[in-house]
Write a protein that binds this ligand. Sequence first.
Ligand code: PEP
Ligand code: MG
Length: 756
Amino acid sequence: MREIAGSPRVLLRRLRELMAEALEPQERLDRIVREIAQNMVAEVCSLYVLRADGVLELYATEGLNPGAVHLAQLQLGQGLVGTIASSARPLNLQDARKHPAFTYLPETGEEIYSSFLGVPVLRAGRTLGVLVVQNKTHRHYGDDEVEALETTAMVLAEMIASGDLQRLTPPGMELDLSRPVSMNGVPFNEGVGLGHVVLHEPRIVVTNLFNEDVDDELRRLEHSLGSLRLSIDDMLSRRDVAIEGEHRAVLEAYRMFAYDRGWVRRLEEAVRNGLTAEAAVEKVQSDMRARMMHMTDPYLRERMNDFDDLAFRLLRQLMGHGPEALGASLPKDAIIVARSMGAAELLDYPRDALRGLVLEEGAVTSHVVIVARAMGIPVAGQVKGAVSMAENGDAIIVDGDEGTVHLRPQSDVEAAYAEKVRFRARRQELYRELRSKPSVSKDGVQVDLLMNAGLAVDLPQLAECGAAGIGLYRTELQFMIAATFPRAEAQEVLYREVLDAADGKPVTFRTIDIGGDKVLPYFRGAEKEENPALGWRALRLTLDRPGLLRTQVRALLKAAGDTELRVMLPMVAEISEITQAREIIEREVRHLARFGHILPNSLKLGAMIEVPSLLFQLDEVMQAVDFVSVGSNDLFQFVMAADRGNALLADRFDPLSVPFLRVLKQIVDAGHAAATPVTLCGELAGRPISAMALIGLGFRSISMSAAAVGPVKAMLTELPVRDLQERFGQMLANGGAQNDVRAFLKTFAEEHGVPL
Ligand code: PEP
Ligand code: MG
């Protein structure tokens, strides 16, 4: 392709030379704006840079009064320049003075210029400044000129991001890029982490901005687009995705975008202007993202995410990146920042280096959050904009208690959090000391504190937290993080690992509890259910697909060898389900015995009490099983008819209320009468105040997350159980005012010096 003087390619080449020269930053900027003005045949070219205080400061100009440099300032949203910065869109005007946003800055002498073209300086969707050209005549800038100026702005964005301009900033004043930012999200897992940003999908830094030969570069782009399309077609035709589902819908959307003419045209245009294919992808993406940031339509924002993913894949293709090698470059205090991620991806990071996780999306029940909780990492979720605001290596604090994130925190914020971390560490130390102490109350009543688990990463915590065993092993988690159904051997290996780690302490394995919100992407379940929580899930599903249950039971039996095996059934609604499951288990026992396998020396079958129907047949249930465990998460949602995952209802009803506590008391009493052991393994067991209530009701065994064992034990060792039980019993019997329960418990704790 022939090069025309004044073409964007020539300009980019000149800029490349200027970037390479050993120049002072101001000198470099001055020459850059001069070069742009000349190339675009404009009388003025000015660069405004966004400062941390939201002010756009004139950093360099050709044509305006040079004395105004570093003095002329506009607020975000003020004047034409401020409007461009806040909308992240170019403004192309034949007569700037007629625009309603026009503000006259006397110090610049710009009143004599009519036509105006300004573009945002963008990087990764963030606005870092504004680049403007102006002419005296009523000139109309063509689309190609807008495109050329945007491309040029990209070079300036890299200059700003590289910190080159920081030296031109007055002391005490920061550029927007290094501004401290606090973001609010949702608390997903408690704890506080201080560390440094690791972008999960590292922003591929495109350093090679300018192409050598347009035709070659267009061919490279076309080739990569071709491979990208092929890889998506390939994914779509694979058997596991050929099944229905969301996964397929996402890929279909990708395919549509990969063939999107508008997108491809914009990429080609940027290459024709002199960018490398990768720089073109980065530019087009950054423009789109900046514009979409201002959109509120959730559908369009979601589509933007698809485009983002696609651009990322394309960049990887172009730059020959495999999946990033983890570990080598990871800081010792990594805080992972991601839009979203799979559970298995989190497990790829070395645990020792992880201090926290920030997600732009997700829910408390997301798989990755379940894993993070198991690993004891603080998590803040739904932190919008976190990825584009953060740079690798930035200082960052995650407050998983509040759901907030502080990026590049000021020193006082950092000091306050460092104190919070020290305080938590001192408490942890206290809990560690309690670990080997007996699990008895102040007045000598034994209460077993068990731990909930579900992944291999949970296991070391059993010894660390000092739990008496695993009261709930959620076997479905292995299924949820896998890409296909875990084979019988893989199940057996995991169960054996669990039993080895338990080292003789009891472990209760719950049979797979899938369905509802626990979806397996590779399992073709029911058609979309209207009420998944009440749907085809857990035991109902495994009784209908007995092959699943048989395989799992066989793996459990083999893993247990000649030790004790405890199996628990989720979501039991009627006794006949227990009978059916028992038959399946017994058939497996007979099968293995026939083939000479060693069998468990004791096999205990339990039922979870999560469905209210069991409350009306408690005596029969207690007879039908060897033990029961209350799944208070589900039981509460069904008793109150309040979806456990619905944020709008999260604080509406309190489980520590008279009716629900009476339900729980009935269960303990029925267990006691039948001499059937009763445990509770929902979240209620994990907070000291609710654990105290449970013990006051008569529970002598509760199962919780590993992190909760210490605080609950600290409460238990100071608790006069008999006294509480008597007074609490009276209170519940009298009915009390509905919301007095918490107040009663708090007062009791205060009076008796019980730490809550
Ligand atoms: C419960 O429902 O309380 C329970 C422990 O099971 P899950 O949270 O896995 O549904
Ligand atoms: Mg449940």
